[in-house]
Design a protein around this ligand. Structure first.
Ligand SMILES: [Zn+2]
Length: 137
């Protein structure tokens, strides 16, 4: 039931049933009866995360290493992977929306203000005045 993997020099004794959750390993195990060590040319430190994720889909697999999941043909939901910056990104989006609202308000304000009432003057009205900066003096 257990299988020996050599992942770039590091030996892992892992469960065949758990490995089968990766389509890549599943094909490998189906194709041949494996009784020797299986060599995998991938990062051994990242394999720990991959195996933990195969063991438990609730494992907070780091989003930045998702290319490893792709390699092992393991399906995942990007939104459910662990991203230490997720909260920060959410807050930044809220701020971005607030800034846009302020911009819209300011733009409306500028449109409302219109042009100077002085004959032949196309300058924008100063705040709280019917005239531009020059003509309101
Ligand atoms: Zn003016």
């Amino acid at each position: 039931m257990s299988i020996v993997l050599n992942v770039s020099g590091k030996i892992f004794h892992v469960s065949k049933d758990v490995l089968r959750r990766s389509p890549l390993f599943n094909n490998m195990i189906n194709d041949s009866e494996i009784d020797s060590v299986v060599l995998i040319e991938r990062s051994s430190s990242l394999f720990k995360h991959v195996y933990a994720y195969l063991l438990d889909p609730q494992y907070p697999y780091p989003a930045k290493y998702r290319s490893e999941l792709d390699y092992y043909l393991i399906e995942y939901d990007v939104k459910k992977l662990y991203d230490p910056y997720a909260d920060l990104k959410r807050e930044m989006n809220i701020l971005r929306e607030e800034i846009q609202e302020i911009k819209d308000i300011l733009e409306d304000e500028v449109v409302k203000r219109g042009n100077c009432s002085q004959y032949y003057c196309d300058s924008q009205r100063a705040r709280g005045s019917e005239y531009c900066e020059c003509h309101s003096r």
